[in-house]
Every structure is written in structure tokens, then in C-alpha cells.
Write a protein that binds this ligand. Structure first.
Ligand SMILES: O=C(O)CCC(=O)C(=O)O
Ligand SMILES: [Fe+2]
Length: 328
């Protein structure tokens, strides 16, 4: 089982929390987080809204189809997304920061703009705006602990997130089925840090271990599953690992609901590369020719968004993305 870290311990004993954080993300790139302070009632509210949305008739969901959005926001129906060039069997809403479109935008600046909200569920917007505030606070706290645990000043990562962080929230449902075993294919997250909320009893997430085995990650009540993204791997020269993970489709007659929260810096931010203390080994960043990792967040995001949603990329941007890994 993955390590379980209790963020409330960080208040009274920061150094043991930080060592555990560094070790868990060096060894696994993943851990469960308890003691995060997000109330159970907020957790229940986002999970209930997710269920309410997915229970709407198909045309009420398609009202906010991602195909309407040059910024890759809104609803993707079953079968509308690819990872490793293979179809993922999940439906989802993508929500980002609510900002003005950039005039004459090129490449990754095309990711900035408005969300689409379903008229059938007007409360969804305020529910997820509140969720964004709570989870960004948890994520930024974790980043300060990571910085210190790696021998850097506490505020090392603050600047990249201070102005216009490009957070992405997904609300996802994987229906059980017999024909499409890939809920989402194996991938690394492209940003800095992911806080994943999983509905109780929603199985299917697996994380790749050092020796290539896949470890099951069942939900732990009240805990987030936390993992690091490619930019923290870059920032630490590979000392911290962005680990590949995947979701297999649940058994027929059941489903999986999950809400990943991707804490990302500003689109044009470059996450600082740390000078690690000599005892921490910079084992190098994974070099996968199918998955170049860019140090500017927007470039990394543009790579994964256009690969995961080639229909939006082609319709609005006239591009046929290069093949490769992407799940966001
Ligand atoms: O749905 C999940 O539990 C994980 C989803 C995921 O890994 C992703 O969307 O990047
Ligand atoms: Fe992921």
C-alpha cells in the first residue's frame, strides 16, 4: 500500500512530515494525504454534484461540449479522449481558471479563457470555485514543505503560482463495461502536483512501481491521493518521480467517480530547478522520445491537451498533434 501522510502532523513536527513527504515522492511519486483540513461536507458536496451532473440527459451534458471551446474546457463524452493513441472510456468536465481569452493567442496561450457551465445545474460553478480555493491552499502548503525538505527556501515555488496559476479540475466518471478496459491509459501528469479525490468504493487506479509491477490504489475514506507531475521531476533532476498511473474500467454495472485537481503554475512559468543537497541523488529526468517534458508549464500543457483532445485541437487550432502519451 502507498504511504499515508498526515498533514496535521506538519504543524507540530514539520521535520518528520517533510522527511516522509520527500521519501514517499522519491520512492513512489504517490501517497495518501489525511489531516488536510478540507471538511467532509465539502467533499460530499463535490461528489454529489458530480453524480448529479453525470445523471443528466446526454443533451444537457452536451450543452457544454468541449468541442465548443477553443480552450479545451467543458464536457467530453465517452470515447472522446485518447491516451497513448487509444480511446479512454470516461466522461468528464474540464474546468480551469475563469479568465479573458488572450487576443491573437498562439500555442499555449490558447488554453486561457472561460469555462462552460451547465444551465441544468447552476450550483456547480460555486461548488467548484470553493473547491478550487480549498485545494489550492492545501497544494501550496505541500509545496512549501517539499521545498524545505529538498534543502531550498520555503517560498521557492511561490512565485510560479502567485500570478495566474493554470489549475485544472476534472470531474470524471468511468462506467463499468466489458468492451473498453482502458478507463484512462498509463501516463504521467504534466503539471506540478495532483490532489485526487475518489468516491468511496471506486476502484481501478493503479500506479507503476520501480520494477514495472502495477500497484492497486483503492480509495481511503477522507484522504486525497497525491502525486507529483512532470514539472516537479524536472525541478529535482528526477530525485522526485512523476510516476505512471492508469485506471482500468470498473466491472459492468458499477462505475468510478473521481475528481483530480491539478495544481499548475502560470502558463508561462518555468519551475525553478533546485540545487539539491549532495546526499540527494539527481537520477535524471525520464527521457521518453514519445513524451518530451518541457520546463515551461504551458508548453507541457499544450502537448497534453492537444494529444488528449485531437478533435478540439483540429477544429479550433488546425493542428494534428504528434502521437504520444497524454491524459489531460
Ligand atoms: O480518475 C482517476 O482516478 C485518475 C485520473 C488521472 O490520472 C488523470 O486524469 O490524470
Ligand atoms: Fe493522471
Amino acid at each position: 500500500m502507498l504511504p499515508v501522510l498526515d498533514l496535521s502532523v506538519a504543524e507540530r513536527d514539520p521535520s518528520s512530515f517533510r522527511s516522509a513527504l520527500r521519501e514517499a515522492t522519491h520512492l513512489y511519486g504517490f501517497f495518501y494525504l489525511t489531516g488536510h483540513g478540507v471538511p467532509n461536507s465539502d467533499i460530499a458536496e463535490v461528489l454529489d454534484s458530480a453524480r448529479e451532473f453525470f445523471a443528466l440527459p446526454q443533451d444537457a451534458k452536451d450543452e457544454i461540449s468541449q468541442l465548443n471551446s477553443p480552450q479545451f474546457r467543458g464536457y467530453t463524452r465517452l470515447g472522446g479522449e485518447l491516451t497513448n493513441g487509444t480511446v479512454d472510456w470516461r466522461e468528464q468536465i474540464d474546468i480551469g481558471p475563469e479568465r479573458e481569452v488572450v487576443d491573437g493567442a498562439e500555442e499555449y496561450w490558447n488554453l486561457q479563457g472561460p469555462n462552460q457551465w451547465p444551465s441544468a445545474l447552476p450550483a456547480l460553478r460555486s461548488t467548484f470555485e470553493k473547491w478550487d480555493r480549498s485545494l489550492s491552499a492545501v497544494g501550496l502548503r505541500l509545496l512549501r514543505h517539499w521545498a524545505v525538505s529538498l534543502g531550498a527556501p520555503e517560498n521557492t515555488f511561490d512565485a510560479a503560482f502567485a500570478d495566474k496559476p493554470a489549475t485544472l479540475i476534472k470531474i470524471v466518471r468511468y462506467p463499468g463495461n466489458e468492451t473498453n478496459p482502458q478507463g484512462v491509459g498509463a501516463h504521467k501528469d504534466s503539471g506540478v502536483l495532483t490532489l485526487l479525490l475518489v468516491a468511496p468504493e471506486s476502484e481501478g487506479l493503479q500506479v507503476e512501481s520501480e520494477n514495472g509491477d502495477w500497484i492497486d490504489v483503492p480509495p481511503l475514506p477522507g484522504a486525497f491521493v497525491v502525486n507529483i507531475g512532470e514539472l516537479l521531476e524536472i525541478a529535482t533532476g528526477g530525485y522526485l518521480k512523476a510516476t505512471r498511473h492508469r485506471v482500468s474500467a470498473p466491472p459492468p454495472g458499477t462505475d468510478r467517480i473521481s475528481i483530480p485537481y491539478f495544481l499548475n503554475p502560470a502558463l508561462d512559468a518555468t519551475v525553478p530547478v533546485l540545487d539539491l543537497p549532495p546526499e540527494l541523488d539527481r537520477r535524471g529526468v525520464d527521457a521518453d522520445p514519445n513524451n518530451p517534458i518541457f520546463s515551461t508549464y504551458g508548453e507541457n500543457a499544450w502537448k497534453s491537451r492537444t494529444r488528449a483532445h485531437p478533435d478540439v485541437a483540429e477544429k479550433w487550432h488546425g493542428i494534428v498533434p504528434t502521437k504520444g502519451v497524454a491524459a489531460q
